[in-house]
Design a protein around this ligand. Structure first.
Ligand SMILES: [Zn+2]
Length: 213
């Protein structure tokens, strides 16, 4: 085992080094249940991550995980233009019910473009563009996120086998490519209200999300 890493580093691919460091871990009681929260820093950029987890992290047990990308408007303000807030709540509820699991909260607002640019994209959407067209018109990739360090955080927590709560096949592929064993996809479909309907259709039709409607 590599020095300083948890047992799960055993299943880390040999050509892969961990490029994040855990800075602190604390208890976090929430309305949904009692969790632990860990703060991570990237060693290669200024990016910071948070992991919310509960129960024993075991490398032999397929464990519920979610990679959740920060969405200030949905997670904090309760925006109904997207399904992020309810998805995060559902992930926490599923973990609470199971007694074990982890959410990696990735601070890549608006699929990596930042909150200000996301508001610029929303302004274009107010004029009729969809989420993909708006990003393209602003000169951004449809999805600028990179999930490699999120996978490293799951390794660091002690996990090797994961049950991924996501509708996004790119996320599952990214976790697999990083060396995690993706045992199952757990669909996380929440009821979306009317303003989100167009956004959800775009995610399904233009971005390949696995949504059943
Ligand atoms: Zn959102």
């Amino acid at each position: 085992m590599k020095k300083g890493l948890s047992a799960a580093a055993d299943c880390l691919p040999t050509d892969h080094t961990i490029s994040v460091e855990r800075v602190a871990t604390a208890k976090l009681p929430t309305q949904i249940g009692n969790f632990k929260i860990a703060g991570y820093r990237s060693k290669t950029s200024s990016e910071e991550f948070v992991a919310l987890f509960k129960g024993e992290m075991r490398k032999d047990l397929p464990t519920l995980v979610r990679i959740h990308s920060q969405c200030l408007t949905g997670d904090v303000f309760g925006s109904i233009k997207c399904d992020c807030g309810p998805q995060l709540n559902m992930a926490m509820e599923l973990i609470e019910a199971e007694g074990r699991g982890a959410v990696v909260y990735q601070q890549q607002e608006g699929r990596g473009i930042g909150i200000i640019n996301k508001i610029r994209a929303y302004a274009l959407q107010d004029e009729g563009a969809d989420t993909v067209e708006a990003n393209e018109r602003l000169g951004f990739a449809i999805d600028a996120r990179n999930y490699k360090q999120c996978a490293e955080i799951l390794f660091d927590l002690g996990l090797c086998k994961v049950r991924v709560m996501s509708n996004n096949p790119d996320k599952m592929l990214a976790l697999e490519n990083a060396g995690l064993q993706v045992v199952e996809r757990v669909p996380i479909e929440v009821e979306s209200r009317e303003p989100a309907a167009h956004y959800m259709r775009t995610k399904k039709e233009k971005m390949g999300h696995l949504l059943d409607f």
